[in-house]
Design a protein around this ligand. Sequence first.
Ligand code: GTP
Ligand code: MG
Length: 396
Amino acid sequence: MGFLPWLADFLRRAFRLTVRFDMGEEPIPVAGSLAAVASERLGIVGLPNSGKSSLFNALTGGTAVVAPHPFSTTETNVGVAQVPDPRLDALSQMSHSRKTVHATVELVDIAGLVAGSAAGEGLGNRFLAGIREVDALLYVLRAFEDPNVVGGADPVEDLSTLELELVLADLASAEQQAERRRKAAKSDKSLVGEVEALDAAVEVLQGGTPVYRSTLGQGTRVALRPFFLLTNKPILAVVNLGEEQLLDADAVVKPVADELGGAGDVLGVCVQLEAEAARLDPSERAELLEGLGLGEGALPRVARGAYHVLGRRMFFTTGDKESRAWAFRQGARAPECAGVIHSDLQRGFIRAEVIGWEDLLELGSWSHAREAGKLRVEGKEYEVADGDVLEIRFNV
Ligand SMILES: Nc1nc2c(ncn2[C@@H]2O[C@H](COP(=O)(O)OP(=O)(O)OP(=O)(O)O)[C@@H](O)[C@H]2O)c(=O)[nH]1
Ligand SMILES: [Mg+2]
């Protein structure tokens, strides 16, 4: 591995930053703008041969090994997926931007989990440690039938196998951490709350229930975050459909959605088809997907779905140099959002000029919006809304 890729990898591991070195372009400032380059991470889990690596490749343009036998993935694959957003494309066109920068999400693809993974069956258990610290999980549940690809085709059954393995892995982890914390709490009373949260989690997990399905309150779930339980993360489930199931997708997806209840979001995707389409150049891809009545295809929905379960929203900046989507925590106020762009903008925040993306498009340009008096001036208390276009005034 060359020095720069090694450094990028090191930084990512050490600080969970995504840093790409592009020798031809301005270097990305690392120090001082951590939030601007940090990326959400999503771990892909599912049974062997459910289509995890195929989905990973389609979303990231990656080249993970895809094969019809179980455990074709033996090393963790990490890649970056764009989160396409037609609102940003429209703004970029309006501003004649030289560059359009979509939000990204980092994906981690691991080996398949089988019944007994938590006890060391297959390869899965070894890999679970590698996804403990992701921000959300992407379940791939197989519905497609293919006599050449070993494995079942009942996505609800996949879901219960998967959940049980994750519950067992969490139980072992929660029990161990509870004991450790209990000892530490003897001399440090501030840890009592953590011990209580872990004990509550152990009880739920012993009953076979993932934390995200449990009745544990929001406070307990927040207190559990530092312990990186897999079932304390948001879930996006992708039901991998066969091509012939596309016409009847809702009927295949519904039982999974019913089973998961409000615990996660569910999408039906024909992964194979999307993976094939992703390999084509954009015009051929559009033609293929349109021809099948699939519109923009399912990949943008998966990427946006990931942002949705992560509780992330987008604001935009736009100008002739670049138009860019920035992800922020739902409910964040203007200075925190300014800080996503650069920490200086947060530190020296004075005010934000704000307009909704649709209103701006209608007015045709930032200067028209200003002349028409349609730019709102917002202060430190303003809660940024999804789809806002911002210009930050700051002074450092
Ligand atoms: N017919 C059909 N085959 C698919 C579909 N999605 C994936 N496959 C095939 O299923 C096999 C397994 O796909 P992978 O993407 O390697 O599955 P995986 O979940 O990463 O498998 P492991 O890494 O072994 O756990 C490959 O031969 C794929 O071509 C689909 O939608 N339809
Ligand atoms: Mg794989």
